[in-house]
Design a protein around this ligand. Structure first.
Ligand code: CS2
Ligand code: MG
Length: 409
């Protein structure tokens, strides 16, 4: 069997997605996700201009060798654009291998280690009343773990909260990127945030009790000391995890946080190689790996990291926002179902329009996800539907502090 075609599709049903489709000379197709929120066209170009022609006439069965070839032969290694492109090839080849074998990918990865993948939902609110309603909504949908994000007095627009949308009575729009040629500026005040968040979790615990696993996303905005302060102040409320508590380009930043708090730490959604996270795992500085197959080079490297993490009892918490396409989401569901050290899967259901383009095979029942048993990844890409939604430029917001300084969003 040889690779005959490698095609790149950029489509924008509810948001922009980049999809790679590989077709073999036997007519078997495999699809992969190369979506990088706000930089989609960079990855599409990397694939179209520099990768697709390298795949032609290659043996699609050699997944590991193809991954190593694409990683090493470019000379310039790592980085979000490169690794999203390699991820799409990797996923597509696993998809093909599953279809040829007549098996779902998780069976190729060692079979299921659990009945399903426990998922967490997303509750948010501009005040406690709206937040409590949102938590109840997620519980009614079957989620057994819930991420909690809220507005902060004095901060106008805040990640993860639909304060402005909820004023129109709509649920939080999970997609943070805004369509347009310029990123939207949002505001931030760490001191106000550090004062407010513990009061929110105290109120949530008083309302919903001690059992419900609660998560919170710090979204890279604190210094290590500030993160340590928040982690310590949240200890009475027994979080399942505090995510992205501080930017981790310097992995040693987490040593300071870890010294001061036992609040579990999750990190990794902006990481794209094992070298971004290996020290955090080896030094037990984190509890959950937040990487996404799409941003991390695909199933192949993410499985290696999780096997490494297993030795340190660090579990998975794979990133699963709406900007990981249904293909990338399926890829990490198959991996999550098979690894031993599974923790929790983020689940932001895709919109109806997105599901017109990507026909998902997953199920979500009683708080558990399953990728399904269709051979391959179990997702179908509808090229005709994709053609109805042309690329529509969108950028993630950015932050400025009160004095105008740019800050992590
Ligand atoms: C967030 C993401 O889901 C999360 O944990 O951090 O929604 C993140 O903001 C987006 O993926 C950025 O594109
Ligand atoms: Mg996050």
């Amino acid at each position: 069997m040889r690779i005959e075609k490698a095609e790149v599709f950029v489509t924008s049903p509810s948001r922009n997605f980049v999809t790679l489709r590989i077709t073999t000379d036997d007519g078997v197709t495999g699809i992969g996700d190369a979506t990088l929120n706000g930089r989609e066209l960079a990855v599409a170009a990397y694939l179209k201009e520099h990768v697709c022609q390298l795949l032609l006439d290659k043996d699609p069965s050699t997944i590991e060798d193809t991954w190593q070839f694409l990683y090493r032969a470019s000379y310039w290694r790592r980085g979000p654009v490169t690794m999203a492109a390699i991820a799409a090839v990797d996923m597509a080849l696993w998809d093909i291998k599953g279809k040829v074998a007549g098996l779902p990918v998780y069976q190729l990865l060692g079979g299921a280690s659990r009945r399903g993948c426990r998922a967490y939902g997303h509750a948010s609110g501009r005040d406690l009343e709206h937040l409590f309603d949102s938590i109840r909504e997620e519980l009614d949908l079957g989620y057994k773990s819930i991420r909690v994000q809220t507005s902060v007095p004095g901060i106008e627009k805040l990640y993860g909260v639909a304060a402005q949308e909820q004023s129109t009575g709509e649920r939080y729009d999970f997609e943070p990127a805004n369509r347009g040629t310029q990123p939207v500026e949002e505001d931030w005040d760490t001191r106000a945030y550090l004062r407010h968040v513990p009061t929110v979790f105290e109120a949530v615990r008083n309302e919903f009790g001690p059992e419900l696993p609660l998560l919170h996303d710090g979204h890279h905005r604190m210094t290590p000391r500030e993160a340590a302060q928040l982690g310590k102040s949240l200890e009475p409320f027994d979080l399942y995890w505090l995510e992205d508590c501080t930017p981790a380009e310097s992995q040693e930043a987490l040593r300071l946080v870890r010294q001061h708090t036992t609040t579990p730490l999750a990190i990794g959604e902006v990481f794209n190689s094992v070298y971004d996270i290996k020290d955090l795992i080896q030094e037990q500085l984190i509890d959950f790996v937040r990487c996404a197959s799409t941003h991390f080079g695909g199933i192949t490297p993410l499985r290696k990291v999780m096997n490494f993490a297993e030795m340190y009892q660090v579990r998975s918490g794979f990133h699963g926002p709406t900007d990981v396409s249904p293909i990338g989401f399926a890829a990490q569901l198959h991996l999550g179902l098979s690894i031993h050290n599974y923790g929790l899967q983020e689940y932001m259901p895709h919109s109806r329009l997105t599901r017109e383009v990507f026909h998902e095979g997953l199920t979500f029942e009683n708080g558990y996800l399953h990728p399904g048993d269709t051979p391959g990844l179990g997702v179908e890409f509808d090229e005709t539907a994709a053609g109805r939604f042309p690329y529509d430029q969108a950028y993630l917001p950015y932050n400025r502090l009160a004095d105008g300084t740019v800050h992590n969003w």
